[in-house]
Design a binder for this molecule. Structure first.
Ligand code: CP
Length: 329
């Protein structure tokens, strides 16, 4: 049960109950529908400020939060370590104590290194909600938008739905584990049968796998790991396929990129791969996608692809999160 969301942090969806996540998605759906009907919501966060602290670049996350707070009547401050005293070593405690005096909420993206512990250090001293805009371990706002998208496509009853999260070949750079982590954690809690597929060097963190197994057990669903994309996608309802780095295997970037290069075959999503899934299956990717490397344009631009719906739902989920945690609605 939930009583109030005011000032509630979101570092991982594991910190929120199923009921709280339901409320968040229902609020997002309502904001989305009402905006489509021409109903404005600029009273909800009128004259309120949301800080956005980015240690790395972003297209979707930044713009969905910035547009979202504007639509709710508030204002966003775009911050980077260099634009603040963080680069000179100002502590998380001093940073957040000061920002808490100026505004009502903050989102933080710190995808590499100590992202999670930095956010937890902020949360310890914060008087305002900390929303994780992606760290080294979690990307909760993307996973929530993905769950909202799945609900739009398949309805509320996820029982018997096969959700596949598969690694893809992605040679350009080492991507974090935050997306596969967040997906196995969230989809197992919502009654889907989850299959994780990756070559052996691309395992996820053991503690996250343990949590996902516990979630699946509690929900009475399956959580399976396989080492073949082809096997994984068989009869899938949802094919979510993207690249991540062999981070649990090596922290050496050069070695990591060489390992990725071993797997161009059998780890790219094309039309023949999607044909193994159900006829009504959807293809998902959080974006940015490496077109014609991870996944063919034929699949990305096909009617089965819901990538732009996912990206749009980032806006509605972020609005719901800010509305719930920064006001008394
Ligand atoms: N999916 C996602 O987080 O996109 P950005 O990196 O562009 O924010």
């Amino acid at each position: 049960m939930y009583s109030s969301f005011r000032n509630k942090h979101l570092i991982t969806t594991q910190d929120w109950s199923v009921e709280e996540i339901d409320k968040c998605i229902n609020t997002a759906a309502r904001l989305k529908e009402e905006r489509q009907l021409g109903i404005y919501h600029d009273h909800i966060l009128r004259a309120k400020t949301f800080f956005m602290l980015f240690f790395e670049e972003s297209t979707r996350t930044r713009n969905a939060f910035e547009a979202g707070v504007h639509q709710l009547g508030g204002h966003a401050h775009f911050l980077t370590p260099k634009a603040t005293q963080i680069d000179h070593g100002e502590t998380p405690k001093d940073t957040i104590k000061v920002l808490s005096r100026y505004g009502e909420g903050i989102g933080v993206r710190k995808t590499y290194g100590d992202g999670t512990s930095y956010m937890r250090a902020l949360a310890e001293y914060s008087d305002i909600p900390i929303l994780n805009m992606q760290c080294d371990v979690y990307h909760p706002t993307q996973a929530l938008a993905d769950l909202m998208t799945i609900r739009e496509k398949f309805g509320n009853d996820f029982r018997g739905k096969k959700f596949v999260i598969s690694w893809t070949y992605g040679p350009n750079y080492i991507r974090p584990l935050s997306m596969p982590h967040s997906l196995v954690l969230l989809m197992t809690r919502f009654g889907m049968d989850v299959t994780l597929a990756h070559p052996k060097e691309f395992s996820l963190q053991p503690d996250i796998l343990d949590q996902a197994r516990a979630n699946a057990k509690a929900a009475g669903v399956s959580f399976t790991t396989v080492h073949s994309m082809k096997d994984a996608v068989e009869d899938a309802h949802i094919v979510y396929a993207k690249s991540w780095g062999p981070i649990m295997h090596t922290t050496d970037e050069k070695e990591g990129l060489a390992i990725i290069d071993n797997y161009p075959k059998g780890w790219v999503v094309d039309a023949s791969m999607m044909a193994r899934a159900r006829e009504d299956a959807v293809y998902m990717h959080c974006m940015p996608a490496d077109r014609d490397i991870e996944v063919t344009s034929e699949v990305l631009d096909s009617p089965q692809s819901v990538i732009y719906d996912e990206a749009e739902n980032r806006l509605h989920i972020n609005k719901a999160l800010m509305a719930l945690t920064m006001s008394n609605i």
